[in-house]
Design a protein around this ligand. Structure first.
Ligand code: C2E
Ligand code: CA
Ligand code: CA
Length: 409
């Protein structure tokens, strides 16, 4: 079974249990041949028959929506040939479909699950579901509807130039100089005002719109880098760090697009860092490794974002061609409060250094934090202490008046 096509054929003999009520399932089946019986197991060993299904039916379909336990038991009553559809395969297919189609499928499927849950509660002779449950369902539904709206509006925003990039300076902790920027997306909605990337990025990642958004961000930030360099007269020694998601690396012609954007904007690859969060990288290792290696060969550097928050095994640090570790701001925040956290940050810096990576600390808000990091050998830092993410014109002004002594002030 390859990762691109996770459908496989299964055979169940007459009498065999295909799925058991209460157990977790991660796939649905299409019955190609044979007959199954579906029944609910009640307390005290009683069973209640729900029905039989034959060729052409789908069973266990809720498992491709969420990982709640199976709601019924299914037994083969004649030898069955099945086509198995895994949740992973289903969500991969859904992700590559039109965003509206995706969202509507999610609403229908969630509502279906909701109806099943209610029917089950009512069927057991109890009263109506408790109000907090209805409330929860209502919130979940409105969340989905809100996501659809945001997805649609984000698509329009991409076309109508409602998106902007802000640039947060990254400061070398030895020299005190600005060495680069992180490009952060901003969406100013004509009616709703500012919408946080914490809201729209996960939605754009889910429905694939992130691919177009990331391409735009890379192009726009490269052009901005050129303009900033020429306005302040520092050629080719600043870098631009751009956030990407794993969907980007898996997208068609990703590298061709990146090369084209770099050559059109005339920015050398060595001035570009690609940031990807630890969490997202781990979700799609095969494709990501190959792409990241090609990016590194082309001269770009790969930065692991939010380091320390996403995964329990460190072996991926060897597996992927990582050049930069970005220590998550939660560690920086905790550092001043607890000795343990400080030691943890020291260990992360040591680990990265031993692996020839450069280390950037995120979310530095106070001089004390910057000094501690500096004393531990951390290479660079970004955070409100130095500067917030700023629009291009403010960045130029900031750089013109930059005082490297900010670190010793
Ligand atoms: P991130 O990549 O970890 O970006 C750093 C976030 O920390 C930014 O939030 C930044 O404004 C904030 N920050 C920087 N310094 C400080 C500080 O000293 N204190 C505190 N409390 N916060 C600080 P922002 O801009 O709201 O972005 C949130 C997240 O949205 C980003 O986290 C990133 O994961 C995502 N994001 C933003 N722009 C893009 C983009 O263009 N593409 C992708 N894929 N994701 C993006
Ligand atoms: Ca980032
Ligand atoms: Ca981060």
């Amino acid at each position: 079974m390859d990762s691109q096509n996770q459908q496989s054929k299964r055979v169940f003999k007459a009498g065999e249990i295909i799925m058991r009520q209460g157990t977790k399932g991660d796939c649905a089946y299409i019955i190609e041949d044979g007959v199954v019986e579906i029944f609910i197991e009640r307390p005290g060993g009683k069973t209640q028959k729900v029905g039989t299904r034959g060729a052409g039916s789908i069973i266990g379909e809720m498992a491709i929506v969420d990982d709640a336990p199976r709601t019924a038991t299914v037994k083969a009553i004649k030898d069955c040939k099945m086509l198995e559809i895994t949740r992973e395969d289903f969500s991969r297919r859904l992700k590559s479909s039109d965003p509206v189609l995706q969202m509507i499928s999610q609403v229908i499927l969630t509502r279906y699950r909701d109806t099943l849950t209610r029917a089950e509660i009512l069927g057991e002779g109890s009263t109506y579901p408790p109000p907090e449950m209805l409330e929860h369902d209502y919130v979940a539904q409105t969340d989905v509807v809100e996501s659809i709206k945001i997805a649609n509006e984000f698509q329009a925003a991409l076309q109508n130039n409602e998106l902007q990039l802000y640039y947060q300076p990254i400061v070398n902790l030895q020299s005190g100089n600005v060495v680069g920027f992180e490009a952060l997306m901003r969406w100013f909605h004509p009616e709703k005002g500012f919408i946080s990337p914490g809201v729209f990025i996960p939605i754009a990642e889910k429905n694939g719109l992130i691919v177009e958004a990331s391409r735009w961000a890379l192009g726009e930030s490269c052009r901005a880098l050129k303009r900033i360099e020429s306005r302040i007269g520092r050629e080719e020694n600043l870098y631009m760090s751009v956030n990407f998601s794993s969907t980007d690396f898996a997208s068609e012609n990703f590298l061709d697009h990146v090369y084209r954007i770099l050559s059109e904007s005339d920015v050398p690859a060595k001035q570009i860092k690609l940031e990807i969060t630890e969490r997202l990288l781990i979700q799609q290792p095969d494709n990501a490794k190959e792409m990241l290696e090609l990016c590194r060969e082309a001269g770009m550097r790969i930065a692991i974002d939010d380091f320390g928050t996403g995964y329990s095994s460190l072996s991926y640090l060897y597996y992927f061609p990582i050049g930069v570790l970005k220590i998550d701001q939660s560690f920086v925040r905790a550092m001043k409060k607890e000795d343990k956290s400080r030691e943890l940050v020291r260990s992360i810096i040591g680990l990265g250094k031993n692996m020839n990576m450069s280390i950037i600390a995120e979310g530095v808000e106070e001089l004390d934090e910057a000094r501690i990091l500096q004393s531990m050998g951390c290479d660079a830092a970004q955070g409100y202490y130095f500067a917030k993410p700023l629009p291009e014109k403010d960045v130029i002004e900031l750089l013109r008046g930059w005082n490297p002594a900010k670190l010793t002030a």
